[in-house]
Design a protein around this ligand. Sequence first.
Ligand code: SF4
Length: 234
Amino acid sequence: MKLSAIQRFTLLDFPGKVACIAFTPGCDLRCGFCHNPEFVLPERLCAISESFISAEHFFRFLEKRQGLLDGVVVSGGEPTAWRDLPDFLDQIRMLGFSVKLDTNGNNPDMIEQLIAGRLVDYIAMDVKTSLERYRELAGPGVRPEHIKRSISLISGSNIEHEFRTTLIREHHTEPVLAELSRLLEGVCRLYFQAFRPAQTLDPAFAQCHGFSMDEMAGLAKRFQTPERQVNVRG
Ligand code: SF4
């Protein structure tokens, strides 16, 4: 396991915890709107591979943070693309830290293994769009049936979790939102996130637009059900 970067401190990314973030390089998807193409595209990763951080270095850092941080967010890229992720998370937990996993949900076997092994305390999964339109946003590497299985595994687990969708005006039209709502039927916590056109993996997405915060709040209200709590993140 190697890391592309470490964020030493965050109060925002792990609910209720003071945490750091470990970013893993590489991803099996190619979301056009991805803001971190340097951590996704192999040719861009090659250019920064000399600055990758070894697991040993990270654990030395973590040992010094015992008593100061509560948790570690493992994010990407896509952490579940790493086969040694279970060992990595186990080591983090052995040092007394809680673990939050950020995932794209394209690897349900790994998610199942992590849940069964109780190697995660919180899972945040991105659900990008309706299953029918998934490839359009996330590229040919996505397996929509895997996304569906991951949603079911996570929402059926007793691990704390959330799902989140970045809303893009040009993509998340009424019919797409209706399908997305059906896909997320059994989900109890959902966040809508604002899309910000900046650096994007596919330059065409830099021309797309987000919704205003008021519009997102209106959509959140529409998605809200007695079982499903929906909130907005700016
Ligand atoms: S899942 Fe998509 S948005 Fe997330 S890192 Fe991979 S390409 Fe980027």
